[in-house]
Design a protein around this ligand. Structure first.
Ligand code: DC
Length: 229
């Protein structure tokens, strides 16, 4: 049997990271963790409980009250995100969360809590995790790191379609602006900024189908596994 590895998929918003990661994990029978969903669930909790991002005591206490889990949904053949036992998968994808999540995830105290959880999830390897700092901070020793990019207008179109499928019909300009702002905050924060790991492999998804993206990653998995003694 092939040795289990850790696969880190990082990159900008809406490059298809989570979908690629989910498919790769399914083929390999690995666990899949969408780390962005964890930051989104924290943002939702802060929103519901009126937590001020300026009051770090309040933020620290709130973090103690948050439990995030992923539960497999057989109907969708993918995992849903649960916040303190409630399925919040749909709500965390809505625009009001996208509008606040980068500010929430820029707080070092929030990142420390999430990174610790993510590292625990990867202890036994056999995991595909997507995010912004997975190859640099969460799993700097991951056997395979992929850095995904795509042209901004293509990313915005994809996000528009995704939101439409969830019942939110927003103007393209609003989506472009949200992606631009998030990329800027995610890339410039002091703690765990979005950054290509030096040993990452680039994958531009602009003109690739999902099948091609998945096959690209799987080819590298096979290569890495062949190299492991
Ligand atoms: O992948 P996503 O768009 O659902 O992520 C939502 C936000 O969470 C994103 O704007 C930045 C933040 N994030 C992060 O800071 N670190 C990660 N590892 C994953 C996401």
């Amino acid at each position: 049997m092939s040795k289990k590895i850790v696969i880190a998929l990082d990159g900008f918003s809406s490059c298809g990271k989570s979908t690629t990661a989910r498919h790769v994990a399914a083929v390999l029978h690995y666990a899949f963790v969408d780390s962005g969903a964890m930051y989104r669930a924290v943002a939702l909790y802060f929103h519901r409980n009126d937590i001020s991002l300026l009051d770090l005591n309040q933020v620290a206490n709130a973090l103690k009250e948050i439990e995030i889990t992923f539960v497999f949904n057989p109907a969708k053949q993918s995992s849903d995100t649960y916040l303190n036992g409630e399925n919040v998968e749909n709500e965390i994808r809505m625009m009001f969360i996208s509008d606040m999540v980068s500010q929430v995830s820029a707080l070092p105290i929030v990142r420390h809590a999430m990174v610790a959880l993510q590292q625990k999830m990867g202890e036994k390897k056999g995991i595909v995790m997507d995010g912004r700092d997975i190859g640099t901070v969460v799993f700097p020793k991951a056997e395979l790191k992929i850095f995904m990019t795509a042209e901004p207008h293509i990313r915005a179109q994809r996000r528009k379609l995704e939101l439409l499928q969830k019942g939110e019909d927003l103007p393209l300009e609003e989506i472009v602006e949200n992606l631009r702002k998030r990329d800027e905050i995610d890339s410039n924060r002091s703690e765990g900024p979005l950054k290509r790991a030096v040993d990452a492999i680039d994958l531009d998804t602009s003109f690739r189908s999902m099948d091609e993206q998945v096959e690209f990653v799987l080819e590298h998995v096979r290569r890495v596994q062949g190299e492991i003694k």
